[in-house]
Design a protein around this ligand. Structure first.
Ligand SMILES: Cc1ncc(COP(=O)(O)O)c(C=O)c1O
Length: 380
């Protein structure tokens, strides 16, 4: 089977893991954690050391808490994302306010953001409230979908005009650029990376929070380490045990050493698929907005005839090629059935038509050619 996306562990991973065992530093303190935090900050273009976390989801929860998201608040976010983004909002006791994505990028639509803030919120004694529910609107959470940065200049400007915090879900965007800027330089209060096993660089699991405000980043570190203020077990608030272990960080460091190489491989795979299927009737490439140099986490295409998708996936699997459905958006998830929402015309059209194709960084040219000819054979 040619897998969809598997890690490439042919670098220093085993050696660094052995170092952890030899040194006994296997838990949440250790030299690899510090090194990973510096490497993430450098890759994201942040002057401040990142805060390594146990997962991207826990990083999002800590980041949202740090910017002040509280019980019963609303956080504006796109419906088209992985469920972890919305779960992190719910873990704060808040609810997502779900908006559609822009067709050109599949990321949060700034025009819609501005429209709903203008028409569906009211200022009540300096607090921004959702008119229909009376709930406070606390933050905006753009998601860099598939590694493609959201239109951050527009989103951040709108959020600031309404006094809203911005936490970017940059789970799959380390290595991406927006108008030449790295993911830590796009104006968000905090951004969160994931090192889950299917990400371009993995730590087996884990995440990192980055930001440019020293107080905020310090608060995230405090929250993720049980809010401990001193070695005699004084904790000044309810905190979380969300630290990354040295074992995870050992793998993460070995992976980050190869970030440029892996991103290069991902971009080559995307370009090969895009060229192979260019101009084919009924197939559209994944979006490439002018502002983005995506790290191209996943590759594939849109199949306009949604009713042919099951047949395509089955045909690929018969030929030994992994093919799966992609994210079911948040407005269709039972857990978020009550969440306020906009019209979802773009999200509703794209998600049942997405075909993801094998895109591991170790994918050989021969396997790429096999996938392309299999798709062509099944669709013709
Ligand atoms: C968009 C998005 N947000 C959040 C996450 C959560 O990250 P993690 O799996 O590390 O908790 C992921 C990936 O898993 C993701 O793709």
């Amino acid at each position: 089977m040619i897998p969809l996306c598997v890690p490439n562990l042919t670098g220093n991973e085993a050696r660094y893991l052995q170092d952890c065992v030899d040194s006994t530093f296997v838990s949440s303190v250790g030299p690899f954690v510090d090194r990973l935090e510096d490497m993430v900050a450098a890759a994201a273009g942040c002057p401040l050391r990142a805060v390594a976390t146990s997962a991207g989801t826990t990083g999002l929860h800590a980041a949202l808490t740090a910017v002040g998201v509280e019980r019963d608040d609303l956080v504006i976010m796109p419906a088209f994302t992985f469920v972890a983004s919305a779960n992190a909002v719910a873990q704060c006791g808040a609810a997502p306010w779900l908006l559609d994505v822009a067709e050109e990028s599949w990321t949060l639509d700034p025009a819609m953001l501005e429209q709903v803030l203008k028409t569906e919120t009211v200022h009540d004694k300096a607090v921004l409230r959702h008119r229909a529910s009376g709930r406070r609107v606390a933050a905006v959470m753009p998601v860099h979908v598939l590694g493609c940065p959201a239109d951050m200049d527009a989103i951040v400007a709108i959020a600031r005009a309404y006094g809203l915090k911005v936490v970017a879900d940059a789970a799959a965007a380390l290595g991406s650029r927006y108008n030449g800027q790295r993911v830590g330089q796009l104006g968000a209060d905090l951004s969160v990376i994931s090192f889950n096993g299917n990400k371009t660089v993995t730590a087996g699991g884990g995440g990192a929070v980055i930001g440019t405000d020293a107080d905020l980043v310090t608060l995230v570190r405090h929250l993720t380490t049980t809010a401990r203020v001193s070695s005699d077990y004084l904790h000044d608030r309810v905190g979380f045990n969300y630290r990354m272990t040295n074992l995870q960080a050992a793998v993460g460091c070995a992976q980050l050493e190869r970030l440029d190489e892996f991103v290069g491989a991902k971009r080559r795979i995307r370009a090969t698929y895009d060229n192979a299927f260019a101009g084919r009737v009924g197939i559209r490439p994944f979006p490439r907005p002018a502002w983005a140099e995506s790290e191209c986490w996943f590759s594939g295409f849109i199949l306009e005839q949604a009713d042919r998708l099951d047949g395509l996936r089955a045909g690929l699997r018969e030929r030994g090629i992994d093919a799966r459905p992609f994210w079911r958006p948040m407005h269709l998830q039972p857990a978020f059935a009550q969440a306020p929402r906009s019209m979802m015309s773009v999200t509703d059209w794209i998600w049942p038509r997405i075909v993801t194709l094998p895109c591991s960084t170790g994918l050989s040219d021969a396997d790429l050619a096999t996938v392309i000819s299999a798709v062509e054979g099944i669709l013709s």
